[in-house]
Design a protein around this ligand. Structure first.
Ligand SMILES: Cc1cc2nc3c(=O)[nH]c(=O)nc-3n(C[C@H](O)[C@H](O)[C@H](O)COP(=O)(O)OP(=O)(O)OC[C@H]3O[C@@H](n4cnc5c(N)ncnc54)[C@H](O)[C@@H]3O)c2cc1C
Length: 285
């Protein structure tokens, strides 16, 4: 099926993009990699009057360490993250998530920021970045504002972004010198969305857990943060007992449903096992 007709704009600056979005209000849509928006338009689930394509705006495609955080620009593609040295080691939860997203065609075009704005409960970046404590910088006519991912995701495919706002950057706080984690994903076949996935990111301080981030994909109406499990780990030595308890608490935080991918009980059990595995990997640093 073809999409309904639409106007197409390719601004060369963020200011121009913002003024176009102001002009169209909720009838305008930002276009980044097009890997979610274009299929929706072809199915006529979305019929925007105008697309505002970010791809010709310079300076949005870098991953760089800044003062106290790692900045991921709005046009950084999944494949850039897959190849980035910066996303290994201390930011390993991000580097491990990237190659598990779909297939090379989608990864060549799809962007990290677009995934967050799309807010698919089965999106992998939402959980990986939530575990890492990331925030997005959203720019609108009122200036920039930072939004924690917990506050960005409202529900399935719904965010607190205004239609006139653009995510210009994702900021991941520096986890300190000793940190590790991973992203574990169960999929029916390579390239599929997650049946269940788990993001684990731990910063250590004086041999104990400083900050723990645990987030879940595919087991709720949005990417979920397992806060009680995170808090149970804070200040503790990451021994087998602490790991077992965190796995159990994270499984309790999941809100899975029976579907063609598996029963709710099965998915809850996968959450527990993946959280335990992720934490064991994190303590190897
Ligand atoms: C076959 C297939 C398989 C996939 N499998 C997976 C998977 O396994 N895991 C996974 O996580 N994802 C998967 N995806 C989704 C993919 O990761 C998309 O790339 C991603 O969801 C959207 O990024 P995009 O840059 O393509 O955004 P677009 O499609 O361009 O836009 C998506 C939405 O975000 C908005 N938007 C985009 N950028 C911005 C911005 N900077 N500021 C504000 N709003 C913005 C758009 O207006 C639109 O509403 C899959 C997609 C396909 C087609």
């Amino acid at each position: 099926m073809y999409p309904a007709s639409f106007e197409y704009h390719a601004p060369s600056s963020i200011e121009e993009a913002l003024s176009l979005l102001e002009r169209y209000g909720d009838e305008g849509k930002v276009l980044a990699g097009g890997q979610s928006l274009i299929p929706l338009m072809k199915l006529r689930f979305a019929s925007p009057r105008a697309l505002v394509d970010l791809n010709r705006i310079e300076g949005l495609d870098s991953i760089q360490e800044d003062d106290g955080y790692l900045a991921i620009g709005a046009l950084v593609r999944h494949k850039d993250c897959e190849r980035s040295e910066a996303l290994r080691g201390r930011y390993g939860v991000l580097g491990d998530a990237a190659p598990q997203i779909s297939d090379p065609i989608v990864r060549n075009l799809g962007t990290v920021a677009g995934s967050l704005a799309h807010a698919d409960p089965q999106g992998d970046w939402g959980s990986a970045l939530m575990a890492a404590g990331a925030r997005v910088v959203a720019r609108g006519s009122g200036g920039p504002r930072e939004i924690a991912l917990d506050e960005l995701f409202e529900g399935p495919f719904t965010t607190t972004l205004e239609p006139t706002e653009v995510i210009t950057e994702v900021r991941v706080p520096d986890p300190g010198p000793k940190a590790g984690g991973t992203y574990l994903k169960l999929e029916r076949k390579v390239g599929d969305f997650a049946t269940v996935a788990v993001a684990v990111h731990v910063s250590f301080s004086d041999g104990a857990v400083g900050r723990a981030g645990i987030a879940l994909t595919g087991v709720g109406p949005r990417n979920l943060r397992a806060r009680v499990a995170e808090e149970a780990l804070s200040g503790r030595t990451l021994d087998d007992e602490a790991i077992g308890e965190a796995g159990r608490l994270a499984a309790e935080a999941a809100e899975p449903r029976d579907d063609m991918r598996g029963s709710a009980d099965y998915k809850r059990n996968v959450v527990r096992v993946f959280v335990e595995r992720g934490l064991r990997k994190a303590r190897e640093v």
